[in-house]
Design a protein around this ligand. Structure first.
Ligand code: CUK
Ligand code: CUA
Length: 639
């Protein structure tokens, strides 16, 4: 995020930047009083009230925090391999990284979306986008594990993703960078002629959560930035901000912000569904991967898909519209009633708030202001409900408290501003340290926000923590928003670069949390369901070790007969049937990593011994008083 604002800040005015920096020194001296500390204090042995799931940005992962304490509960690996639990290293999880480009071991994740039922979080799954190699992942909130990754074909930079509809019917996404479709070798300056955008609808199976690319809508070659779906009265519609309606291939401010207004895409997806049923789509050959963790075997399986279904707005009337939005919009947020849509122009001094009713009326009356590539542009004045006047500098994202208030982050003026959605009146502003990107209120994008806390995710940390060399942890700030004025109650460091987060009441997840995997249901083909069944099997150069772990030994523990050049698969089954007793496995010289195996689960490590000798292996997780005894030897003889 920092870089795209550099252009922006330089272009807008350096004075703004300096103003915000000048702010920093004086505000830092604020010290919070005792009552604030009490509000964020969760006593030892007590639980937090909310889970907050933050995207990892350039780490590609997700972190789960407790609120209000700000305690880090877990890092959930998604798009990047993860040494802490072997995700991406164990044979079972490698396939999660398959893409049409080959294995991609590290990505960039931005937006968290929790599954919804009737416009409220249901605590079943969470979805997150892979920005660089366009993908959407699903995490199962019973186990906090990534169980599915779907690649999105023919898009570039899936920033605008994966925005969910109110019954989790679809995850909506748009391409950040338009590209030639299908990809071909053309001069970059043929952008206007050859580059296209796609808006993607991924369906979510209501029972299992499985994702499928339902259809793509071919759009003009803009940059699709962020989206939200309607709710309540506006259910069935999607709203996506775009920038670069100039269709320039160099996004320097001088190019991308020539126009006074960019465009927000407004999609009637119920209509799109109808066109799909009527067969109004074309099929295009392509390639994308669908990786799914098999629930029975707990082994990831990859499937390559080769066809996508495309809807063309020119062939499908009344499906896609545009509305002008002032200068380079970023966030696009829909209030809990589904009536108000906030389009924040980053370079605009004001914020435009649209009315869903007025948009519908304008469509009905064909109150259009021309068209773009055959797509009608709804008159700005007709769609506008009102303007929030001079709220701050660099508005980015808005969330809601369910009491008629909106909260918007301002990147340049480093603040959160509270305003009244109906009257557009500004009610309060508080500094953040420094330069917030997204903010999150538990349930803040749903029909029923829990308007107690707000977390601002700040892009710049500088002097907030003890220095840790050139790289500082990003900083989150927790505000109590239960009163008229927002009150800062806690700073806490975060992992990677949280872009967006969603927070949910703990009681929607806690009762369903899995404590261990049922060993009786372990259908892994190399599982060893009892110590008496442990064995070593050779098949040519391939050796399979059926190994078990239970406090406090690995079986078998002394193994002879390996040869230099063998491919040895250690299939380790953790026989424990108890909460919080993983066992680990490491063998000296293994170049492929280690394992961490949950109770009841089987995980496999590939070991390719390169020299003769006797090599030690051991459990890496301190699991009992005799943990240090949980070890063995592997003897390797010359070939
Ligand atoms: S975000 Cu991805 S650049 Cu404002 Cu949703 Cu930070
Ligand atoms: Cu098992 Cu340490």
């Amino acid at each position: 995020m920092k870089t795209h604002y550099l252009n922006y800040v330089a272009g807008l005015s350096l004075i703004f930047l300096m103003a915000s920096c000048g702010n920093q020194g004086s505000e830092t001296s604020q010290v919070l009083g005792g009552s604030a500390a009490e509000q964020a204090y969760v006593a030892p042995g007590e639980y937090d009230e909310f889970y907050a799931f933050m995207s990892g940005g350039y780490s590609g992962q997700i972190t789960a925090y407790g609120l209000p304490s700000g305690r880090l509960l877990k890092e959930i690996p998604v798009f990047s391999k993860y040494p802490e639990n072997g995700y991406g290293y164990s044979e079972e999880t490698k396939a999660m990284f398959n893409t049409s480009y080959g294995e991609v071991p590290w990505d960039d994740s931005h937006h968290i979306e929790l599954s919804q039922t009737d416009g409220e979080f249901d605590g079943r799954w969470l979805f997150v986008n892979g920005n660089n190699t366009p993908r959407i992942a699903r995490v199962d909130l019973k186990t906090f594990e990534t169980v599915e990754i779907l690649e999105i074909p023919d898009v570039a930079g899936l920033h605008c993703a994966p925005f969910i509809t109110e019954n989790s019917e679809y995850l909506v996404s748009g391409t950040r960078f338009s590209v030639p479709i299908p990809q071909k070798d053309v001069p970059i300056d043929t952008y206007k002629k050859n580059f296209k955008g796609l808006i993607n609808y991924v369906s979510v199976d209501p029972e299992h959560g499985h994702m499928e690319l339902a259809f793509q809508i071919e759009m003009p070659g803009f940059n699709y930035d962020l989206a939200r779906n309607g709710k309540g009265k506006s259910h069935g519609w999607s709203f996506l901000t775009t920038y670069n309606s100039e269709q320039e291939h160099s996004l320097l401010e001088v190019n991308a912000s020539q126009k006074d207004k960019d465009l927000m895409a407004v999609i009637n997806w119920k209509k799109a569904e109808q066109y799909m049923k009527e067969g109004k789509f074309t099929e295009r050959e392509t390639s994308y991967f669908h990786n799914l963790m098999n629930e029975e075997t707990s082994i990831a399986e990859s499937e390559e898909k080769t066809l996508t279904k495309i809807l063309d707005p020119k062939e499908c009337p009344d499906m896609v519209y545009f509305i002008p939005v002032p200068k380079s919009p970023h966030g696009c947020d829909v209030d809990p009633t589904g009536e108000y849509i906030v389009g924040n122009g980053k370079l605009s001094a004001d914020m435009s708030v649209y009315s869903f009713d007025k948009i519908m009326k304008a469509i009905e009356e064909k109150n259009f202001d021309g068209e773009f590539d055959g797509i009608p542009i709804i008159s700005y004045e007709a769609a506008l409900d009102g303007i929030v006047k001079k709220p701050g500098l660099g508005p980015l994202h808005t969330e809601f408290d369910g009491r008629g208030n909106a909260y918007t982050t301002f990147f340049i003026s480093s603040e959160v501003v509270k305003w009244d959605v109906a009257s557009k009146e500004i009610l309060d502003r508080q500094s953040t340290f420094y330069s917030p990107g997204h903010l999150v209120i538990p349930g803040g994008e749903t029909k029923k926000p829990d308007g107690k806390y707000l977390v601002a995710m700040n892009k710049i940390t500088k002097d907030r923590y003890l220095p840790t060399g050139p790289e500082l942890a990003h900083s989150a700030q927790l505000f109590d928003i239960s009163g008229d004025k927002m009150k800062l109650i806690l700073d806490f460091p975060t992992k990677g670069e949280p872009h967006y987060a969603q927070a949910i009441a703990a009681d929607k997840i806690q009762p369903n949390s899995v404590k261990f995997y049922d060993i009786e249901k372990n259908k892994h083909p190399y599982a060893t369901l009892g110590e008496s069944k442990t064995r070593v099997e050779r098949d040519g150069d391939e050796v399979h070790v059926y190994m078990t772990a239970i406090r406090s030994h690995l079986a078998p523990d002394n193994i002879e007969g390996f040869k230099v050049g063998d491919k040895v698969y250690f299939h380790l089954t953790n026989l424990e049937q108890d909460w919080d007793v993983p066992h680990g496995f490491a063998i000296q010289g293994a170049t492929n990593a280690e394992l961490l195996v949950m109770p009841g689960q089987t995980r496999t490590l590939l070991w390719e011994p390169k020299r003769p000798g006797v090599f030690a292996f051991y459990c890496t997780d301190f699991c009992s008083a005799l943990h240090q005894e949980m070890s063995g030897y592997a003897r390797v003889s010359p070939k």
